[in-house]
Design a protein around this ligand. Structure first.
Ligand code: ATP
Ligand code: MG
Length: 393
């Protein structure tokens, strides 16, 4: 019988809390699997059964944070080691191979280094053209000796995402633009076990409905990794215009970022977020010099701002974006709210005192409050959020 055997990683290191992490992991797996497919936790493995096609099931499992390895196996019932050898003598192998034995049942009469060569011999019996190569084999035949006379044999292994199940570390509110970086930042937050809600700033009529739709698609794609986040859309035109009208244009982007953080924090706190995530990346653009980043750091008073991409090269971020399926959406050519207001010569190293002096020209709190009252929760395909559902206060 075919069974997909999954291993988890860091959860092994959790002491008294391991049960909690495993419960969430199992819940995430069951939510993701196609209808009728079963998943059960057995010893330290997760066994997935009751499927006809393996490919779609493996594809689901590869999107679950917490899993490290996914193996499509044949389950072999044995009474003696010979029963396993007999099964192996029927396995078809071409090219080079090596055998790995993992003996969870320590009462199994043969130790792994003794049993592995016997398994190799059994395979060679039926595959005389195959060759053993322990350094660089085409195929690794893995034999897991489990308890109660059960063994799993696989000839391939897929890597899982690693990390921790989404939600086990708390909640984050992620500032998502239509660019390449911020969806990757949201993915990183989820990898470390945070459930993510999204906040996006628009400046209608300068930004279009299509630009917003692109952000919706990005959030929906990020949500496919076991997240159930909402998207809060913030109409930011009034704040952008006031900054442009009343403040020196060198500071436009710096001030816009400060308002964005203030609003993200307010929305985050209302929705039980524990932290704010952004896709900022040191020295990527004028507003992300260390001084630029510092100038928006102290607006948030209740939530920390985390920037997982701070030290990545753009190429590394792009590689992640391609892997998680957001890149092709991100490069669609729609305008972002910041590009509409971006000045020709933004200050590269804003001093805090100058930023605060410029900000004093505005009624910061009233602008934030009015903007917050106009926030809309956008319906995403894979969440249960209602459209036009204002954040709770
Ligand atoms: P990205 O960083 O996502 O590729 P970008 O490069 O256009 O987009 P930056 O100018 O680098 O965006 O902005 C830095 C960060 O500020 C973004 O990663 C995102 O977290 C936040 N941000 C920028 N614009 C917006 C917006 N319109 N709505 C929400 N967050 C935004
Ligand atoms: Mg960026």
């Amino acid at each position: 019988m075919s069974v997909i055997v999954c291993s988890y990683g860091e959860i092994h290191l959790k002491g008294a809390n391991r049960g909690y992490f495993l419960r969430v992991l199992m819940q995430k797996i069951r939510q993701a699997l196609p209808q009728g497919v079963k998943a059960e936790l057995k010893d330290t493995r997760i066994l997935v059964t009751n499927f006809t096609e393996t490919k779609p099931v493996v594809a689901c499992l590869k999107k679950i944070f917490g899993l490290t390895h996914i193996r499509v196996c044949e389950s072999v019932n044995y009474q003696t080691p010979d029963d396993i050898l007999q099964y192996l003598s029927k396995v078809k192998i071409s090219g080079t191979f090596k055998v790995e034995v993992n003996r969870a049942d320590k009462t199994f009469p043969l130790k792994s280094p003794v049993f592995a060569p016997k398994c190799g011999d059994a395979i060679l019996k039926n595959n005389p053209q195959a060759k053993v190569d322990v350094q660089n084999p085409d195929t690794v035949v893995q034999i897991e000796i489990r308890h109660n006379g059960l063994a799993f044999v696989s000839t391939g292994c897929e890597h899982g995402l690693g990390g921790l199940p989404v939600g086990t570390s708390g909640r984050a509110i992620c500032l998502i633009s239509g660019g390449i970086d911020s969806p990757v930042a949201a993915f990183m937050a989820m990898k470390r076990g945070l459930a993510v809600d999204f906040v996006h700033f628009t400046t209608p009529p300068y930004t279009s409905e299509l630009a917003l739709q692109k952000v919706v698609s990005l959030c929906e794609q990020v949500n496919t990794f076991g997240n159930n986040g909402n998207l809060y859309v913030v109409p930011f035109t009034e704040i952008g215009s006031q900054i442009q009208k009343q403040c020196h244009d060198q500071y436009t982007i710096t001030l816009m970022r400060r308002f964005m953080i203030a609003l993200a924090e307010k929305i985050g706190v209302a929705h039980h977020a524990d932290c704010i995530f952004t896709g900022e990346n040191l020295a990527q653009v004028a507003s992300q010099t260390i001084q630029g980043i510092t100038s928006n750091n102290f607006v948030a008073q209740r939530l920390p701002i985390l920037r997982p991409l701070i030290c990545f090269d753009k190429n590394e971020i792009i590689a992640y974006a391609k892997q998680i399926g957001t890149y092709e959406i991100s490069i669609l050519p729609y305008e972002d709210c910041c590009t509409v207001f971006v000045p020709s010569h933004p200050t590269i190293k804003p001093s805090m005192s100058d930023v605060l002096a410029e900000e004093k020209k505005l009624d910061f709190d009233t602008l934030v409050e009015n903007c917050y009252n106009a926030v809309v929760c956008k319906r995403l395909q894979n969440t249960s959020a209602e459209s036009s559902n204002k954040p709770q206060k």
